[in-house]
Design a protein around this ligand. Structure first.
Ligand code: PSU
Ligand code: MN
Length: 296
């Protein structure tokens, strides 16, 4: 594992660090917004007084913290693989370049000693009867980190995903909200376990988890900023059409989530893309504030 010098120094001196995943940049957002967003998220974290550590695999090496040129490489290269935990060993053995999902990013970040990750929406239980369950979920159940997101992606089976989180003892906090947000939408009708109104309140619960010796993550769910929320009618229509399209084209496995996100954006005139970027920026800010509070 190669940890970038500024990240290593921050970890050694107990300064705040926020991990970022790279699949959202390489596969979740289109060009050129992906690179712009990647740079912006890093800048937001810096401006909040924390050190950013974007995680990826380059030429078979686990990388914690990237140079600008490396981030750019990830956003401009169609050959970049989407690596979940099951792929890490193959990528290492075969010297691949790949972007890491939430699952593989927290696997790496935790082993590097990082306590906070920011992302957009976590993976979960897909709709349909297969069942297709993201590796994000089991990894969250065994990784003691704070994961800041806007809930599971709305393309998923949200009630089933909420049940999975509960069964596997992943504590779900609502950040300044009373129900679990659903990615592009502030509402899901599904419960949170606890409401937190400040970074300090999040840190208290995280510390209590560690005191109890629990291994699961603290999922901090932050609603998309009001002005960027996608209106329910537009969202539901785009969603139904996108799900139909995926079924017609028999999209499955690792391609399903990126396909659905791209479809949603095309079918909403970019409204979902604007929401995705706004919530990523906001989540990065909240994650940095939590990382700073952890050090106090
Ligand atoms: N958040 C976003 N966009 C994304 C993702 C998260 O706003 O594209 C990525 C994360 O890397 C997450 C992955 O781990 O989508 C889930 O993919 P899957 O359903 O195949 O596990
Ligand atoms: Mn899957």
């Amino acid at each position: 594992m190669i940890i970038k010098a500024d990240v290593r120094t921050a970890l050694e001196t107990n300064r705040p660090v926020v991990a970022l995943e790279s699949t959202v940049i390489a596969h979740g957002l289109p060009r050129p917004q992906n690179l712009e967003t990647g740079n912006k998220l890093e800048r937001i974290i810096r401006e909040c007084g924390a050190v950013h550590a974007t995680i990826a695999m380059l030429a078979g090496e686990l990388r914690v913290g990237l140079e600008n040129s490396e981030l750019e490489f990830l956003t401009h290269n169609p050959e970049i693989k989407k690596l979940s935990v099951r792929d890490l060993a193959i990528a290492l053995a075969r010297h691949w370049n790949g972007a890491t999902t939430v699952a593989s990013t927290i696997w790496i970040a935790h082993r590097a000693g990082i306590k906070v990750l920011a992302t957009g929406g976590i993976g979960g239980v897909h709709r349909g009867s297969l069942p297709d369950v993201s590796a994000d979920l089991p990894e969250l159940s065994r990784t003691p980190m704070i994961v800041v997101c806007s809930g599971p992606k709305v393309v998923l089976d949200l009630p089933a995903t909420r049940e999975w989180l509960e069964t596997h003892s992943i504590t779900v906090a609502g950040y300044e909200c009373d129900e679990m947000p659903a990615f592009y939408s502030r509402a899901s009708g599904l419960p949170i376990d606890v409401r937190c109104d400040s970074p300090e309140e999040v840190v208290e619960i995280y510390r209590a988890q560690r005191e109890l010796g629990l291994n699961s993550a603290l999922l901090v769910t932050v609603p998309v900023p009001r002005e960027a929320e996608v209106q329910a009618k537009l969202l539901n229509r785009a969603l139904a059409d996108s799900l139909d399209q995926a079924e017609r084209e028999k999209i499955a496995g690792r391609d399903l989530t990126p396909f659905l996100l791209a479809q949603m954006s095309a079918r909403s005139d970019g409204a979902t893309l604007r929401a995705n970027i706004a919530l990523l920026e906001n989540n990065s800010r909240v994650a940095a504030q939590i990382a700073c509070a952890l050090g106090r």
